[in-house]
Structures are given as C-alpha cells and as structure tokens.
Design a protein around this ligand. Structure first.
Ligand SMILES: Nc1ncnc2c1ncn2[C@@H]1O[C@H](COP(=O)(O)OP(=O)(O)OP(=O)(O)O)[C@@H](O)[C@H]1O
Length: 348
C-alpha cells in the first residue's frame, strides 16, 4: 500500500470550507477506469455523494475499493474517467483536493522514536500550521481522538485501536470536510470498533462527508446513509441499507429464526424435507429458515407442524434479511446474470 503523501509544506492553511464548491457533489466519480497491466481493477465506476452524507463502500477482496479510494485521495492516477472532490478535479488540482480531504489508509506506518505528540506535530508542520494555531490544532485532534493521555507514548508502541485513532487524528489535522477511510475498523476489537464508530458519528454530525470501506456490513448499515456495492471493478448497487434488506419481503419470502431445545440438526433435517422451506444457516441453537410465503396463516402453520412433528421449539421469530445475506445473494445473481442493476448507480 502506498504511503501518505503529505500536502505541500509551503501551502498556508486556509479555511477548507472556503475552497469547497457546494454547487457540485462532495464526491463525484464518473466512468473511472484503472488497470494494472492486463488487470482491469476499476472498470467504469460512477457515483456521486452529496455533502454531509456518510457512504459505505462494500465489496469482496480485490473488488476495487482501495484502488478507487486511492485515486480519490490523489495517490494514484486513473487511466480514464473523472473524479472531483469538492468540485475540484483530482488530477488537475491535487493540492486543492488535499486541502479538503482527510485520508485514512488501510495500513499506515508510525515512526520509531517519535511520540504521539511529535508525530502529530510533524504532520501539522507539514500542513503549514505555525505557532499557537499549530498547538491548538494538535490539542483539538488529541482531545477528539482521546490521545491526550498518550501524548508521550512512542507512536510505534501502541495498540491497534490507539494506532487507528492516531491515524484518524492525523487525517483530521487540517479539519477536512471530506474523509475517505479505507477499512478503518479492520483488526480492531469490539470495544475499539464501538469507539471508532462513535468518532465517525460525531464527524458525521458535524456535517462532514465520509466514504468508508469495511467488511463488517452490519456496522456500515447502522452508520451510513447509503451503501455503494462494488464487484469486479464495477458499481453494482447504490442504495440505503433498508432497501437491501427489504428485498426478501418483496420477493414474498419470510426469514424466520427458530431455536429448539435439543440438537439443532433435528430441526435442519426436518426443514430439509418440509415444503416451501429452505435452510439459510444452522445456528448454535437452531436455524435460520426461509419460508416461501409472507402469509401469517402459513407462518403459523409451519410452527404448528414443527411442534406436532416433535420439535421442541423455544423461539420462533421473523427476522429482517441481514446485509451480509443481501450482499451474497446479490453477488450470486450477478454471477448468474440475473441481477437487475440499481437506477441510483449512475447518479441521482
Ligand atoms: N499496484 C497494483 N499492481 C497490480 N495490481 C494491483 C495493484 N493494486 C491493486 N491491484 C489489483 O487490483 C485489484 C483491486 O484491488 P483493490 O486493492 O482495489 O481491492 P479491494 O476491493 O480494496 O480489496 P481488499 O478488500 O482486499 O482490500 C486486485 O485484483 C488487486 O490485486
């Protein structure tokens, strides 16, 4: 992964808000292409993100997320297509774009023998901050990311969660209006993930535009206004999490989570022979089943049959389709060529 390119040290800080053209989308990508030799990593990606929106970027390993994000962050050049950040073309005006943009890469280096404070001070100087203003920016960032108690800690001697907070702090030093975060939650324990999610929520409430990639779809669903799905270098869906999970209900199916007393395999065996029922997955105490009906009487009938057939049902409840399932279904449909693309993909 490429290292962060610090902005021009000669450039004096100015209010990023003044440099933003709000008549244009915060992030505007049109027909973006990027190849590495024969490999077409990004093939005609288009999307727009309005100011103040938080958008999740979802795709399997190798789908093209990092490649797209690195071009947005002015770290790589496209072979074709256009990218504008805050109204500025990333290829023609990279310095303006870097003023507006905070970039959090999926992996980043810290330096030996450099404390957290020295690390942030180094980048604040590179950004052109001087004197009292620099000290104030560093303090604000350390307070926000809860790094003040760690100011004197060696930057390469911190936990993964603390390191990610330092990375976020660095990205926020120039108070960017737009943030691009590549897998910020990767490798974090649940507590650190919750903390990071809270910080992202605060930034969103401040009106920042955030594009964030993650493999933890349920977290993205909670945090994001919409989700962009990329597969083999192409955007295949752009919509909110609810529209994704609503899919199964529209298709006339109901997902039911069933728990039984005793061996779950009994329930799975029963479901495999029952009409109109498919096993989505076996769980610790039962199974998630797909019933080919939305009709209340049919759902009640299924439960009655389970009990009369001797299953000791302890819990039987309807479930929303999970984002993970929706995503996997979508990839399956794409492979079979039956997926109907989303109208929102090519712009609102
Ligand atoms: N510098 C490079 N040289 C050659 N191939 C590359 C380069 N960067 C990315 N690729 C390839 O481009 C494709 C897209 O990679 P990319 O890193 O954008 O995927 P991703 O969606 O971010 O995946 P992950 O979730 O694993 O990070 C992959 O096949 C990858 O191997």
């Amino acid at each position: 992964m490429a290292a962060f390119l610090p902005p021009d040290p000669m450039h004096q800080p100015a209010s990023p808000a003044l440099e933003m053209d709000r008549s244009q989308p915060a992030i505007w990508v049109e027909n973006l292409h990027r190849s590495f030799g024969q490999l077409q990593a990004v093939q005609g990606v288009s999307f727009r993100i309005d100011h103040g929106k938080v958008v999740g970027f979802v795709g399997a390993n190798g789908a093209g997320k990092t490649t797209t994000m690195r071009i947005l962050a002015t770290l790589d050049y496209p072979n074709a297509g256009m990218v504008k950040i805050g109204g500025h073309n990333v290829v023609h005006y990279p310095e303006k774009v870097r003023r507006l943009l905070g970039w959090m890469p999926d992996s980043f280096g810290t330096y030996e023998h450099m404390t957290v404070l020295e690390y942030l001070d180094f980048y604040a100087r590179a950004l052109g901050y001087k004197g009292q203003e620099r000290l104030q920016r560093i303090q604000e960032v350390m307070d926000f990311t809860d790094l003040t108690p760690l100011a004197d800690r060696m930057s390469n001697k911190m936990s993964k969660g603390q390191t990610q907070r330092l990375c976020l702090g660095r990205a926020l030093l120039h108070d960017p209006q737009i943030l691009i975060m590549d897998e910020p939650a990767a490798g974090l324990d649940p507590k650190a993930r919750v903390e990071l999610k809270q910080l992202i929520r605060i930034l969103a409430d401040e009106g920042k535009t955030i594009l964030i990639s993650s493999h933890i779809l349920s977290e993205l669903g909670e945090m994001c206004d919409s989700l962009l799905f990329i597969d083999k270098g192409r955007i295949v869906h752009h919509g909110d999490a609810e529209s994704m999970t609503r899919g199964s209900a529209q298709a006339g199916e109901t997902l039911v989570n069933v728990q039984v007393f005793g061996e779950p395999t009994q329930l799975v065996q029963w479901a495999l022979t029952a009409p109109m029922i498919q096993v989505v997955e076996e769980t610790k105490r039962g199974a998630r089943l797909r019933i080919e009906s939305k009709d209340e009487a049919t759902l009640a009938g299924v439960l009655r049959r389970m009990i009369t057939d001797g299953l000791q049902v302890t819990d039987y409840h309807r479930e929303e389709r999970r984002l993970e399932d929706a995503f996997i279904d979508m990839l399956g449909q794409i492979d079979k060529g039956t997926f109907k693309g989303d109208s929102a993909v090519h712009g609102e």
